[in-house]
Write a protein that binds this ligand. Sequence first.
Ligand SMILES: NC(=O)c1ccc[n+]([C@@H]2O[C@H](COP(=O)([O-])OP(=O)(O)OC[C@H]3O[C@@H](n4cnc5c(N)ncnc54)[C@H](OP(=O)(O)O)[C@@H]3O)[C@@H](O)[C@H]2O)c1
Length: 330
Amino acid sequence: MATGGRPTTMRAIQYTGYGGGAASLKYVEIPVPLLGKNEVLVKVEAASINPADWKIQKGMLRPFLPKFPCIPVTDVAGEVAEVGSSVREFKVADKVLCRLKFGKGGGLAEYVVASESKIAARPAGVSAADAAGLPISGLTALQALMSIGTKFDGTGRGADILVTAASGGVGMYAVQLAKLGNHHVTATCGARNMEVVRALGADEVLDYKTPEGQALTSPSGRKYDYVINTTDASRWSALRPSLSGRGRVVDVTPNPGNYIASVLTMFARKKISMLAQVSLGKEHMRFLLELVAEGKLRTVVDSRHPFKKAAEAWERSMAGHATGKIIVEM
Ligand SMILES: NC(=O)c1ccc[n+]([C@@H]2O[C@H](COP(=O)([O-])OP(=O)(O)OC[C@H]3O[C@@H](n4cnc5c(N)ncnc54)[C@H](OP(=O)(O)O)[C@@H]3O)[C@@H](O)[C@H]2O)c1
């Protein structure tokens, strides 16, 4: 690291091949990346781990992703350290949130380079950890709710909605955003998280390990107009009976069976559609950050891990039992 001005090297975490889980994450000292004219160098304060990060490492997107060696993680919050010559929106010392390129990552490092188009300013009062939870999880929840016509300004009529795995990273944002859209929200989660999910605004909560939870039975006898499915476990055959006459499932965890069902139900009254990858961008990140700043949306932090123990964060995400977001702090 240089003693003044631009740092020359930085610490980062890399893996060099498929598989191996947390044990294959290695610390390296590498050059700080150079900037393009539309890019920003950000000193990372916090990063969040998403299941996509370790699914890519497992080779679930092979042979397309990743390129080795890979510095994983896409969702980071930090402070601007340097700006490219064409960057107009940001200056050194601005607090920001970045969503790095899916599959390329780079977030488990002291510095990241991000395109100006993938960065949003972080309002005062929004911590790095709270912001870092937002990009993949928050945008996925937002996109799923937008796809069913949700209005977030209080003018929506609302519908009967089920959010599965409401204690997870996507689910906890989905519950809160659904309530902003005036929906009646039923949520599933494990028994230990029922109070947390109620506190996020869910009207009714089901323990997914009970027979009622398995059957997705509404405690108040409702059928769901929409299901936002965020568990890998749910199959169309199990989701379909819980839908109302023209009900629709929006599945953010596509499996082959549900993919086929999405094609077969395209013209049916009850449907399932896939949200395979989030396509919302910077404007929507800004929208979520504003909601956090206004106290209308919060990030439930499952756990915070120092950079030197990032492997523990990785393992925790792989175990699949987080309550909210897993954060690595620099
Ligand atoms: N399509 C996209 O663009 C997109 C974007 C983001 C995420 N995803 C996918 O969406 C899924 C969820 O992501 P995430 O970040 O929310 O995961 P996560 O934070 O790891 O979810 C963990 C939570 O899910 C709960 N859970 C697990 N199985 C459940 C079940 N059958 N019913 C109810 N709750 C259950 C766990 O509760 P217990 O501990 O009690 O078991 C835990 O609290 C992942 O498969 C991820 O890859 C897709």
